[in-house]
Design a protein around this ligand. Sequence first.
Ligand code: GRF
Length: 192
Amino acid sequence: MKLITILASGTGTNAENIIKYFSNEKNAKVRLVLSNKPQAEVLKRAAALGVEALFFDRGQFYDSGEVRRILQERGTDLLVLAGFLWFIPEHIIKAYRGRIINIHPALLPRFGGKGMYGDRVHRAVLDAGCTESGITIHHVNEQYDAGDIIFQAKCPVLPGDDVHSLASRVHTLEYEHYPVVIKNLLEEMDDQ
Ligand code: GRF
């Protein structure tokens, strides 16, 4: 059984979608959800679905090694970022190199980097007059949004779109593709 840990800072609709998807799978499941925000809705969503959900603070993530210890203790084959806003410390990247992925709500390499998250991304896409946007699923390395791209899917930007309507179209793509990409990656690990 392959074990997934999700890191998320916010609402957690992707986390919920991934948990539900893998609850029907035999070979993988979401073992743990971790958040750097004690009140994050993602923790409630995960707990309601019977998944262990824990808060951690800056010191536990960057300094003491406590988060890494928990990941190792619970077992983690793949670390999945789903709306997680902190930089991943080098010691975790080293321990899980090639096994940490993120989803970005636009077509990287445009509209990525530090400070580009949530509605700011969609605002920038609209301001640039793009006729399409989409999602990028990529490996996580030492730089924001700069790891190797694993998968992209596109959607149109329609006349009259605002941040809300574009975000909702992009979210639909995320729900459709993120679990499947995770599943494929886990299967590839099996073959190695
Ligand atoms: C998603 O749009 C994802 O691409 C980005 O953060 C958002 C998280 O949304 N990284 P939710 O918390 O899963 O609803």
